[in-house]
Design a protein around this ligand. Structure first.
Ligand code: HAM
Length: 437
C-alpha cells in the first residue's frame, strides 16, 4: 500500500489516458475554430458567490458539492473551486464589457471542474469538460447550432449512438404558474416523498423532477409537464428550435421531465446520452439557455446558451464500446497513441553524447525521436526500442568515423548504412513510406 494516493474521487491520467484527453482537446479546439467559438480560460477558483448566485443556492452543486477553500485570514474572501465553467465565463463577460463586442460572443474552453460528489464510476470530484457558450443571441437558431455542435463532437471523437434529449423549462413569465401547479401536486403526495425531496419541495420544487432517488421515479413520471404550461413566447421558441433541428436533419427526442441540475436555465434545456445507456443516469453532456444569468451576475439583461461535455464519461463510453466490439480500447483509439518514429542507439554504451546529438538533429528535422541514454549493450537498446513501438533505430557504430550510421527497420529486421549528412532526409522518407504503406 503506497503512503500517498490521489485523493478520493480523483485519478491520475496516465500516458495512454492523457494522450486520449489530448486528442479530445484537439477535436474540441478544431470544432470550436470551425464553428467560430473563440478560446477563453478563466481561473480554477472564483468568489464562492459567483456560483452561489449563478447556479442557485438550492442546488446539489452549491448545497452539497461546492469545494470551498478555507479563508486564509478572517476578513478574506470566500472562494470555491469551479464546479462548472458557465458562471465564471459569464462573470468574465460582464467584467470585461464583452457586451460591446459583436454579439453573440461565442466562447469555448476545456478544463478540469470540481464537485464534492459521492465518487462512483463516471462521477468524480475532479473531472474534465469541453464547454461552449454563445452569449448575446436570443435564439432559437443558435440553440440548434449549439445542439448540433455537441453531437458533432461525440461523432468526431468516435462515440457511437450519441443522442440528445430536449425540453423547454419556460421562463419567468410562465414558470411561476407551473411551479404552483407542481407544488400542489407534490404536496398531495408529501408523505411518499423521501426526506431530502420533502425538504426541497418548499424551497426549489423543480429540483424534485431531477431527483436521483428511485422512490421518486413513479411520482415524477406522473407529474404535470412544463411543456403543457409554456407561455406563447416560450412555446414559439421551442417550436423554432425544433424547426431548426429538423431542417438540419439533427435527430432529437423530446423529454418533458428533463429539468437540469442548475437554476440558471430558461427555455431550452438538453442532455446528451448514449442510446441504451440512459439507465445509468449518466449524461455525457448537457446544457441549455440561461437568459437571466448575465443580469444575475451584474451585467445588463443578455441571453445566452451553451453546453458542457463530460470528457471522463466520454472516455468510459469509448472503452465500453471498444469492449463490446471485441477490440482493445487503445486499438480503436489508436490516434491517441504517441507515435515514436525513431530511437537512436549506440554500439558504445558510453557514447551518450553521440546519441543525444544525433537525436537532437533528427528532432530538429521534425521527426519523433528518442535517444536511448542508458549505458547498456546494443542488443538491450534495440529490444527497448522495439518495445516502445519505434519503427526505426539509428545505430551509431564504428562507421561513425567515416561519417556513416545504420538505419534499422525494426519491424522488417533489415538495415542499411547512410551518410550522417543524409540521415534526416533518409529517415523522413523512410518514416513517410512506413506511415503510408
Ligand atoms: P452539467 O450537466 O452539470 O452542466 O455538467 C455537464 C456534464 O459534465 C455532465 O453531463 C456530465 O457528463 C459531466 N459531469 C458533471 N458532473 C460530473 C462528475 N462529478 N464527474 C464526471 N463528469 C461529470 C454544466 O456543467 C453546465 N455548465 C453546462 C452548460 C454550459 N450549460 C450552459 N452552458
Amino acid at each position: 500500500m503506497p503512503t500517498f494516493r490521489a485523493p478520493r474521487g480523483t485519478r491520475d491520467l496516465l500516458p495512454d489516458e492523457a494522450a486520449r484527453f489530448n486528442r479530445f482537446a484537439r477535436v474540441a479546439r478544431d470544432l470550436a475554430e470551425r464553428y467560430g467559438y473563440r478560446p477563453i480560460e478563466t481561473p480554477l477558483f472564483e468568489q464562492a458567490a459567483v456560483f452561489e448566485r449563478g447556479l442557485g443556492e438550492v442546488t446539489d452543486v452549491v448545497e452539497k458539492e461546492l469545494f470551498r477553500i478555507a479563508p486564509r485570514t478572517e476578513d478574506s474572501e470566500a472562494w470555491a473551486l469551479r464546479p462548472e465553467p458557465t458562471a465564471g465565463i459569464v462573470r468574465a463577460y460582464v467584467q470585461h464589457g464583452m457586451h460591446t463586442w459583436p454579439q453573440p460572443v461565442r466562447l469555448s474552453m476545456m478544463g478540469p471542474m470540481f464537485r464534492y460528489d459521492r465518487p462512483q464510476a463516471g462521477r468524480y470530484r475532479q473531472f474534465w469538460q469541453f464547454d461552449v457558450e454563445a452569449i448575446g443571441d436570443p435564439g432559437p437558431a443558435i440553440d440548434a447550432e449549439i445542439v448540433e455542435l455537441g453531437l458533432r463532437f461525440y461523432a468526431e471523437v468516435g462515440v457511437r449512438g450519441a443522442e440528445v434529449l430536449v425540453n423547454s423549462i419556460g421562463d419567468p413569465v410562465c414558470r411561476p404558474a407551473y411551479l404552483g401547479v407542481l407544488t400542489s401536486y407534490y404536496r398531495r403526495r408529501a408523505i411518499d416523498l423521501p426526506p431530502t425531496d420533502r425538504d426541497r419541495l418548499e424551497r426549489n420544487v423543480l429540483r424534485l423532477l431531477d431527483s436521483k432517488d428511485p422512490a421518486m421515479a413513479a411520482i415524477n413520471a406522473a407529474a404535470p409537464r412544463i411543456t403543457d404550461h409554456l407561455c406563447d413566447a416560450c412555446a414559439a421558441h421551442l417550436a423554432g428550435l425544433r424547426a431548426h433541428l429538423d431542417a438540419l436533419g439533427v435527430p432529437y427526442r423530446m423529454a418533458p421531465g428533463l429539468v437540469r441540475g442548475l437554476d440558471y436555465y430558461t427555455r431550452t434545456a438538453f442532455e446528451f446520452y448514449v442510446a441504451g445507456r440512459e439507465g445509468q443516469q449518466q449524461a455525457i453532456g448537457g446544457g441549455g439557455r440561461y437568459d437571466g444569468l448575465v443580469e444575475l451576475l451584474g451585467g445588463r439583461p443578455t441571453p445566452g446558451i451553451g453546453f458542457g461535455v463530460g470528457l471522463d464519461r466520454v472516455a468510459l463510453v469509448l472503452d465500453e464500446q471498444a469492449n463490446v466490439a471485441g477490440a482493445r480500447a487503445d486499438a480503436v483509439d489508436s490516434g491517441d497513441l504517441g507515435t515514436l518514429d525513431v530511437v537512436v542507439v549506440s554500439a558504445d554504451p558510453d557514447d551518450t553524447v553521440g546519441r543525444l546529438r544525433v537525436a537532437t538533429e533528427i528532432r530538429a528535422a521534425g521527426l519523433h525521436a528518442r535517444a536511448d541514454l542508458g549505458r547498456r549493450k546494443l542488443g538491450r537498446q534495440l529490444e527497448a526500442a522495439s518495445r516502445d513501438g519505434a519503427h526505426f533505430a539509428v545505430i551509431l557504430g564504428d562507421e561513425l568515423a567515416t561519417g556513416h550510421v545504420q538505419i534499422r527497420d525494426l519491424e522488417a529486421g533489415t538495415q542499411r548504412a547512410v551518410a550522417t549528412s543524409d540521415l534526416a532526409r533518409e529517415l523522413a522518407r523512410a518514416v513517410k513510406a512506413h506511415r503510408h504503406g
